[in-house]
Design a protein around this ligand. Structure first.
Ligand code: TGC
Ligand code: FAD
Length: 392
């Protein structure tokens, strides 16, 4: 990628709504992305490898468990700070944000909320420092949008559980040290289990040939009569509501992250349009290009305002799952449209790795699907406003 000249758009002076601490945290993440992610991310994506060298830096900017209490190694920050960190990381790359989302909201969060004190003390500090990396297994080959149908199951063997089944499309699976896995007991009730790399019968084959999220490692989790110690069951919540509560936290982070990707595409396209001359003037001077750019900044500003409000509601513990769904759906779709329009503004240059836009565009095709597809989030809004579920 050519030099990172990013300047963040703030058309409605939203910085004035943030505290000095928020700005400090956001700017530290912004600088880190410019320094540590931008120079290496294009090559990592082209080679389809997760750049493990950035794990330490992610931990240092507080991206692993931003809102987890400091006593467990987290950064003890508020929800606005969490969102701002996700925005900055995804400005760099959605795959890097994926790694941080999974670690924080899908691994640390359930251990913190649904685990016991011994589990919190054993895993959270190591996950916060990046010494341990985690993954979250909900999706299965036959059950994506409908996780309630999961077939992975565990049996009580007296002094341990026996786990069988398979999970698919799992971010971080190929290198994760621990997996938070959702499985049914003999009564068909869903529980969370902590599965550790090295347990006999547990394998994590990598999924290759992705055109999206290439700098994030994706894989399967295969459980063939895995003996799980009884102390690895998360005791404090069961049922589908438990993983869905984790998803609320991760979807909230994605709502912020998608704005970051959109801001990067817009900023790149605006700079290019002002510099690129055709027919004797900068292409930014043509009405068609101005329409694209003006609509982009309008949509980004609307998403920034929506998400800032969601952040204040989350801080007050008042945000509903349906409000989070609306923001995830709106912002990812907005970012995808902006990536596509920005790519066109760059003409042929837009398809190269010299610029980040095509990578963002391909990444966002996963982001619009994972953590609940665009359709599912619309149905969640539909259910919320009508009271009638249309999922089945
Ligand atoms: P339903 O009957 O509606 O609900 C079952 C129970 O869950 C409760 N609930 C929630 N609890 C907390 N948070 C939420 N958001 C909740 N939504 C529902 C609900 O009250 C009920 O509780 P109870 O006590 O009555 O049992 O469930 P359903 O089977 O009809 O499904 C609803 C639906 C379709 C919305 C849900 O299944 C869904 O969200 N599906 C999408 C699946 C999904 O998002 N998978 C994501 C996998 S993880 C991932 O993609 C990680 S990508 C990571 C990265 O790289 O960043
Ligand atoms: P399906 O559920 O088969 O859906 C296919 C299509 O049908 C979609 O367009 C969907 O919107 C539509 N559809 C489904 N049901 C309905 C309905 N009721 N009404 C209308 N339309 C419907 N999962 C994890 O557990 N952990 C992870 O870490 C993780 N990481 C991922 C990383 C990547 C790169 C990707 C691509 C996926 C990841 N996932 C992960 C899986 C992801 O959550 C699922 O792909 C997603 O939930 C959709 O499931 P599916 O792919 O099986 O699609």
């Amino acid at each position: 990628m050519s030099q990172d000249l990013y300047t963040a758009p703030d058309y409605y002076l939203l910085d004035e709504l943030l505290s000095d601490e928020h700005i400090l945290i956001r700017d530290a993440a912004r600088e880190w992305v410019k320094r540590e992610v931008s120079p290496i991310i294009e090559e990592a994506a082209q080679k389809a490898v997760f750049p493990t060298s950035i794990i330490k830096g992610l931990a240092e900017i507080g991206a692993f468990g931003p809102y987890i209490p400091e006593v467990y190694g987290g950064a003890g920050l508020d929800q606005m700070s969490y969102g701002l960190i996700m925005q900055e990381i995804e400005r760099g790359d959605s795959g890097v944000r994926s790694t941080a989302s999974v670690q924080s909201s899908l691994v640390m969060y359930p251990i913190w909320k649904f685990g016991d004190e011994a589990q919190r003390l054993k895993y959270l500090p190591k996950l916060a420092s990046g010494e341990f990396m985690g993954c979250f297994g909900l999706t299965e080959p036959n059950h994506g949008s409908n996780p309630n149908g999961m077939e992975t199951k565990f049996k009580d063997m007296g002094d341990h559980y026996l786990l069988n089944g398979a999970k698919m499309w799992i971010s971080n699976a190929p290198f994760a040290d621990v997996a938070v896995v959702w499985a049914k007991n003999e009564e068909g009730r869903i529980h969370g289990l902590i599965v550790e790399r090295g347990m006999a019968g547990f394998t994590t084959p990598e999924t290759h040939n992705k055109w999206s999220l290439r700098a994030s490692a994706t894989g399967e989790l295969i459980f063939d009569n895995v003996k799980i110690p009884k102390e690895n069951l998360l005791p404090n919540k069961s049922g589908l509501g438990a993983p869905l509560q984790c998803l609320d936290s991760a979807r909230y982070g994605i709502a912020w992250g998608a704005i970051g990707a959109a801001m990067d595409c817009y900023d790149t396209a605006l700079r290019y349009a002002k510099e690129r001359t055709q027919f004797g003037k900068p292409i930014a001077g043509f009405q068609l290009q101005q329409k694209k750019l003006a609509e982009m900044i309008t949509e980004i500003t609307k998403a920034q305002l929506l998400t800032w409000r969601l952040g204040t509601l989350r801080n007050e513990n008042k945000a509903t799952s349906a409000q989070i769904s609306m923001a995830k759906r709106n912002n990812v779709d907005m970012a995808l449209q902006i990536a596509r329009e920005s790519r066109q503004i760059l003409g042929a240059m837009g398809i190269t790795g010299e610029y980040s836009i095509m990578r963002h565009m391909m990444n966002l095709e996963s982001v619009v699907t994972y953590e609940g597809t665009h359709d599912i989030h619309l149905l969640i809004t539909g259910f919320d406003i009508t009271g009638i579920p249309a999922f089945k």
